[in-house]
Design a protein around this ligand. Sequence first.
Ligand code: SF4
Length: 446
Amino acid sequence: MKEEELSASEDKPPSQVPLGEPSVLTLPIGQVRPMFPQEQWYNWQWQMANRLRSHEDLISLLRLSPLQAESYKSLIKTFHYSITPYYLSLINWHDPKDPIRMQCVPDPKEMNYAVVGNADPLEEEKDMQVPGLVHRYPDRVLALVTGMCAMYCRHCTRKRIWNEGEWMRTRKELAVMVSYIRKTRKVREVIISGGDPLLMNLDTLDWFLGELRRIHHVEVLRIGTRVPVVLPMRITEELTTMLKQHRPLWINTQFNHYREITLESTAACDRIQSAGIPISNQSVLLKDVNDSTETMIALCHALQRIMVRPYYLYQCDPVAGAEHFRTNVFKGIQIIEEMRGHTGGLCIPSFVVDAPGGGGKIPLQPFYLLSIGEQEIMLRNYEGLMIRYFNPKENEPPRASSRSRRNRKTESVVYCDNSRQIRRHKKCIVDISHPGKDILPLDYAE
Ligand code: SF4
């Protein structure tokens, strides 16, 4: 459905609700938040109505010269933009590489890379069974229910749908998806995404979730949304009360930097969790935004504090217009390597590459399994210690069961090639493939 059709629709987006409030651009940059009364600032419809979206907004925001203004005109025509006053208020304008700014403010590099990569790198369109419904994995489907977002992330994998304007599917269109899911009995999970499903008309979303919930073989619903990050005031009690009715429901969101975890976004997550809905986080690894171990640890620690599970760290997809955000794949592996052992496992996401051409998610890990023998494997721990580990045969009682409690406790550390570490671990050098002959001579270890 195109933008002009929206006015006649039940799904009229909140961005078109005429609140008649002043533009944020009448205010000095960096002083957006304090200038508005709280009842406006915390009203999500006010935030939507006052998003920065136009060429004129951008000229004022970036103080563009006429020449620069011209290049930005074609840029936002190709890849449109919108920024909520809330998300805008998080930018540190003294830093040209501010991680918040890089995610939301259009950058001429997008045009430089407009022909690099692919408009639809994951080939979602190819796997659409009915309009908007991607069925790739056997037991789950992805429903793209809207093309509208509160803020358009400059690295978005679905930039291709932006030039269709801001649209939402009608009940009639959603009913076609429901009908496909109803007759496809192997589907046990429906992932609802877009665009941002939490911007849909509440009655329509309630109806859609209810229809899905009524399908016997659909066990779980999942919603992908960035609203808690870029428009946390949208998480109202009315919304969470409605969502609560459709559990088991999971929410996946996308915090990419620890500075996005504010009082507002924390409160939004708390409202969702208080409705009994768990939240997982799917960060995207973005050059100069979060591609350092320190930033990723700070983000994941902050997520753990607000009880949001760091679930995935995605390699940025090769999407047209976003090449400047892409890091070398080894950067992601290195970050995970440097996190492992230095922070708890609950804080470490899985690093995944979403394979081009519809190949699906492929997890990439540092190398911890060094060799595989019939009875033992060689492992490496986070400090570089090499560890020989007895590998029980299938269907045989594990050898460890006949060993003493002392042996079981010390079964893992074997030897390494670092003399300082060997000294530190000397006391627990154990040959686990020969229980009863515990302590290895040091020369063997060396
Ligand atoms: S919120 Fe999601 S769909 Fe919307 S622009 Fe950002 S990444 Fe893309």
